[in-house]
Design a protein around this ligand. Structure first.
Ligand SMILES: Nc1ncnc2c1ncn2[C@@H]1O[C@H](COP(=O)(O)OP(=O)(O)OP(=O)(O)O)[C@@H](O)[C@H]1O
Length: 228
């Protein structure tokens, strides 16, 4: 479903602060699978996720989303692709402060014009699965880190994205909720979605639903091992 061909991302290219975060990575992420990116802090996991999800452009190399090359698509097309096809769970959540939990979950669905009742029902189902129903009317800034993380997960799933990207999604969850997150993504996979997770969490890397673990070191791919 997603192919990266010799993709490099250099921040501040051409300046004295230039830093290559992703270095000539060639990677195929096939549909209906869960892929985990692992690697030490600073190895380029977040940068690689943002390239895969069309949030960042490579300095060189080519990226294909399905049959479509997205390497140099104009921003408005990339934004449309992200809105319709990609759900993101960011490391620091990116929730909208001053807006309650239910509204945060529902907001990404509004520009797509689906009947509000259907969106609300789906939001309520996701919130029940993630055990945040009782928080629905609270402003997000009143929540703990783990609660905010679960809101971010529900929000990422509201548009039923074909690709879910999650950056350290279990970092603030206890083991039960981490298992719950993995059960949700395993279910997404069964329903034909593709999931890419960056994680240090051994439970995530070894989870039975994970198909592929990709290791990054200094922006380079180290291994691409199938998980039994
Ligand atoms: N916007 C930026 N400008 C300059 N350098 C950056 C930028 N974003 C990331 N980097 C650098 O690129 C390298 C890779 O960062 P990245 O966040 O992709 O790593 P990571 O593996 O996700 O790390 P962590 O596990 O700590 O989140 C790091 O050395 C980081 O300092």
């Amino acid at each position: 479903m997603i192919r990266l061909n010799a993709v490099t991302k250099t921040y501040a290219a051409g300046s004295s602060r230039s830093h290559t975060a992703v270095d000539r990575v060639t990677l195929g992420i096939t549909g209906e699978r869960i892929t985990v990116l692992q690697g030490p802090s600073g190895s380029g996991k977040t940068t690689l996720l943002s390239l895969i999800g069309g949030m960042a452009r490579p300095t060189s190399g080519r990226i294909f989303f399905g049959e479509r090359e997205i390497t140099s698509l104009p921003e408005r097309f990339l934004a449309e692709l992200r809105r319709r096809q990609v759900g993101f769970v960011f490391q620091n959540y990116h929730l909208i402060r001053g807006v309650n939990v239910l509204e945060n979950v529902i907001l990404p669905a509004l520009p797509l014009g689906e009947p509000f009742k259907a969106v609300r029902r789906r939001a309520e189902e996701l919130m029940a699965q993630l055990e945040i129903t009782r928080l629905a009317t609270l402003p997000v800034q009143h929540l703990s880190g783990g609660e905010q993380q679960r809101v971010a997960i529900a929000r990422a799933l509201i548009n039923r994205p074909s690709l879910l990207i999650a950056d350290e999604p279990t970092a603030h969850l206890d083991s039960d909720l981490s298992e719950q997150f993995m059960a949700i993504v395993a279910d997404l996979k069964e329903r034909g979605h593709t999931v890419v997770i960056a994680s240090h969490d051994p439970m995530v890397c070894r989870h039975r639903a994970v198909d592929t673990v990709v290791s990054l070191h200094d922006g380079r791919l180290a291994t691409d091992a199938a998980v039994a």
